[in-house]
Design a protein around this ligand. Sequence first.
Ligand SMILES: [Zn+2]
Ligand SMILES: [Zn+2]
Length: 425
Amino acid sequence: MENNFETRYTKYGYGVNVRKSYEHLPFQGFWTWVTGKSLNSAAPKHARETLLTQPQLILQISWGYAVFFASVIIGKIILDADISWMLKVLYSLPIFCMIVNRSRGLLHTSHYVIHGAVLRSKTLSRFYYKWLLSIPVLHTPWDEYMKIHVVKHHGLGTFSTEHDVDQVFMTKHGFYNGMREPEFWLKIFLAPFHPLRIYEHIRFRILVNFIVCNWNERLCRATYWFILITVAYASGYFESFLIYYVGSILVVTQFSSWIQHITEHQWFGVNRLNWPKHVFYGSLTWGRFFGSPYPVKAEGWRFAFMFCKWVLKVTFIDIPLRLFAYMQDLPSHDFHHRFPAVGFWSIAPERAAHENKPSRYGPMTETWSMKEGILIARDHLCRGQSDPFDIEGWYQANKHTYAAFFDNKQRGALSTQSLKEECRV
Ligand SMILES: [Zn+2]
Ligand SMILES: [Zn+2]
């Protein structure tokens, strides 16, 4: 039977199922992590089955804290070592990378906690969110994050509009519909390094953590950070703590966040073709995977050449990008928008389980590199080409067959368990 919900690609992609070309390789768990895409073929689970137990959550958090402690200790050894400053910078790079990876990892865990996609208990969720996931990395307090992320960023009518703080972030970096291409490229490479952007980010962190939140949050956050700074000072690790830990969460994190943010969604999206609102919502986001087709069919010297190229790309592009900017669930962020109640440990396998299945959000779509994501952003903002996956072609071919799916009043007509889960934002 013809599958009308097959995954769609852009003209800049490989046009093939890249992940499938990895299927014969050993260590499939590793390839799922590197690419961000799973080959899971089991039936979709209920969102409830993907939640974590408390020990699993504690394990997840402990891994982050272990990286922080180890980094500050190793950082002090580097700072105290009798070596040139250039070597010190070089040795510091992996430390910054790992602290950014785990501080943004904790932030993403807190993001799932606030969606109710980690623990069922709201009281426990609030506790973990506040004390272990938010305060230590200067993340936004619960009430404010609920408002700006869960309500506005996920909202059917506010996602990717001027009401969405994530789009405001792009506006502040100078992006808009109808940009000229030289301006686009200049801003892609330079905007996050503008001193004013760095200042605004630090100011925002201080404001939301210590000034504009309620008195309880202010007191808790100020007390926590006072104790932390005192301990760092008294233990002799203050300099290392300040440079590697505080420097990472206030400055370096911002560069990491920027890299993934550019391609996170189709910012400044306009529903020009009048698609049903869920189809339009689905079109604003796509799977962002890393890798290139494994040379399955090549032989002899041609295979050797293509294999070496593939290994170099995995080692120097895919893995560093995944570690520094696309940690945790970010390659499958499109699926999170469709099913926000699914836990992050299960996001890749669950996305795979739902792939090619009917959805009122339309078919799933995917890109396979940062470059591909940036090119479709360029086409959208500078060339007025805003339908990289040809959703319009797909919609025109299928709108009558799936009319009931797209009519919100008749949601039950093709209802599945997934439809109920989708709605839990
Ligand atoms: Zn979310
Ligand atoms: Zn999003």
